[in-house]
Design a protein around this ligand. Structure first.
Ligand code: 13P
Length: 256
């Protein structure tokens, strides 16, 4: 259970991955309240080409917009890449870096993730730096070592308070329909929070991996869970809204 005063908003961040249309943005604009659930900040991380559409469609809503990746370079001959300043110009405030789908599918290393986080901050974005073990790491009992090694190598050493967010996403829970257990989430989040406090600065730590409205209450109540990074359920306005509402209710009841 949470037992400290909650001062920062609980972050409910959707990652649409390679999904999303103007029609879906319109549906979100129609179905979502214009105000965020009490105590929550809502963010949608979108494919970069629809960010300006999202800014228009959701102009009346209390929803911030992010990208899903950015170049580690400010500009230049990098065909197909998008810089952090381009994302800012399109209307983004956030960007995901080092998602496991990019680490595995596009061979992104910790060092690249670190450079991307640095470039994001320089460009004016808040990077959401993702870490998380695969199932073999967990079966071998080395999940905490893997998570903390990734964290140490993927976070710029000069990070200041408020400049970034960490997302713990166990690879085996992503898209599986079943989130990690409360004990597994607690163990990982406590380890990440302790590492940050000792080695860097305290940063919010999100949980991601099959978060749904019906699992959000128990997960939001866990100490050191400061928000969610939501994939599949963020594509449905009712589910995305539900996760925020349930989290807000949980936070108001918990002794935080
Ligand atoms: P799911 O919520 O679909 O498991 O995806 C999690 C994720 O990868 C968010 O970045």
């Amino acid at each position: 259970m949470k037992n400290t005063a909650q001062t920062e908003p609980f972050l409910v961040i959707g990652n649409w991955k390679m999904n999303g249309t103007r029609e879906l943005l319109h549906k979100f604009a129609c179905d979502l309240e214009t105000t965020a659930p009490a105590g929550c900040t809502q963010v949608l991380c979108l494919p970069s080409v629809i960010i300006p559409n999202a800014v228009d469609a959701l102009a009346d809503h209390n929803i911030e917009i992010g990208g899903q990746n950015c170049s580690s370079h400010p500009s230049g001959a990098f065909t197909g890449e998008v810089s952090s300043t381009m994302l800012v110009e399109a209307g983004a405030k956030w960007v995901i870096v080092g998602h496991s789908e990019r680490r595995t599918g596009f061979s992104e290393t910790d060092e690249e993730v670190n450079s991307k986080a640095d470039a994001a901050i320089t460009g004016g974005l808040v990077p959401i730096i993702c870490v998380g073990e695969c199932s073999a790491d967990r079966e071998d009992g080395r999940h905490l070592d893997v998570i903390l090694d990734q964290l140490a190598a993927s976070t710029p050493s000069n990070l200041q308070l408020g400049e970034a967010v960490i997302a713990y996403e166990p690879v085996w829970a992503i898209g599986s329909g079943k989130s990690a257990s409360e004990d597994q989430v607690r163990e990982a989040h406590d380890a990440i929070a302790a590492w940050l406090k000792e080695n860097l600065v305290p940063l919010p730590v999100l949980y991601g991996g099959s978060v749904k409205p019906d699992s959000a209450a128990d997960l939001a109540a866990i100490r050191n869970v400061d928000g969610f990074l939501v994939g599949g359920a963020s594509l449905d306005p009712a589910s995305f809204k539900g996760i925020g509402t349930v989290s807000s209710e949980t936070l108001s009841k918990a002794q935080r």
